[in-house]
Design a protein around this ligand. Structure first.
Ligand code: DGL
Length: 270
């Protein structure tokens, strides 16, 4: 395996761009290839097998076209649904992500935490195991946020519609008096401000992008795969034409230079 090969990253859509941005800051000398499977979003209401099949198509593409040296599943739902199977299929290191239960338990003074995640993540056995292991003496309240990923994918980042839906999901958590909110879905980074405003900035909002970036660095070290440029490649592929994509990429990736490629050719026959 060559150190200069890229890191592959995927999500059901634009949510994982927040993780991509953290990896880019943490590891500026790495080539990064991101796949947004927006045509098939949301994953959160789909069966594990369907998600696994999508993941295999994407990882095969990343290996065939970019020879990736490490894979990041920048999606809580796909991690819960498929990481175990993906690790048994592919020999490259795979880093996944999961809701930050342990940090939330440590951060909550009132010992009451709200979790926003997809239905798929919240129903998964991986999530139950996580709660069993790390919830400590904290009470966790979950909200599946149905319809939110779809709105974010459509580029509704500040519309009335999205604010109403987020408030509807936050109200039960407010009534429970939570002092920490876990963003357990990578798409929800885009509603962080709405969450903070709703609670009048009196809650701590936790997301996992930075922790994932550190874990990626650890894995690269472990396998002696860390790269230091200078000829690096940065590409974002998406299979759904999204007129807001440029705006979204620039809002989240600031001055970093990523090439955006619309690629419609992913299907399971490939
Ligand atoms: N962004 C993904 C996650 O972290 C999945 C959202 C979806 O497609 O439902 O869970």
């Amino acid at each position: 395996m060559n150190k200069s090969f890229p890191i592959g990253i995927f999500d059901s859509g634009i949510g994982g761009l927040s993780v991509l941005s953290k990896i880019q800051s943490q590891l500026p000398g790495e080539s990064l290839i991101y796949v947004a499977d927006s045509l098939n979003a949301p994953y959160g209401t789909k069966d594990n097998l369907i998600i696994l099949r999508r993941a295999i198509v994407i990882v095969d593409f990343l290996i065939k076209h970019h020879q990736i040296k490490l894979l990041v599943i920048a999606c809580n739902t796909a991690t819960a649904a498929a990481i175990k199977e993906l690790r048994s299929i592919y020999s490259i290191p795979i880093v996944g992500m999961e809701p930050a239960i342990k940090p939330a338990n440590e951060a909550s003074v009132l010992k009451k935490v709200g979790i926003l995640a997809t239905e798929g993540t919240l129903k998964s056995s991986k999530f139950s195991a996580l709660l069993d292991t790390y919830s400590g003496d904290t009470q966790f309240y979950t909200q599946p946020c149905v319809g939110l990923v779809e709105l974010i994918e459509q580029g509704h980042l500040e519309s009335k519609e999205i604010i109403t839906l987020v408030h509807k999901n936050l109200m039960p958590l407010y009534e429970k008096n939570v002092d920490v909110i876990v963003l357990g879905c990578t798409h929800f980074i885009f509603i962080k401000n709405i969450v903070e405003d709703f609670f009048d900035k009196k809650v701590t909002v936790i997301e996992t992008g930075s922790a994932v970036a550190i874990q990626v660095q650890r894995k690269l070290n472990e396998f002696s795969l860390e790269n230091n440029g200078p000829n690096i490649q940065r590409i974002i592929y998406s299979n759904s034409p999204n007129e807001n994509m440029d705006k979204i990429i620039h809002s989240i990736l600031a001055a970093n230079k990523f090439e955006y490629v619309f690629y419609s050719n992913w299907n399971e026959e490939q």
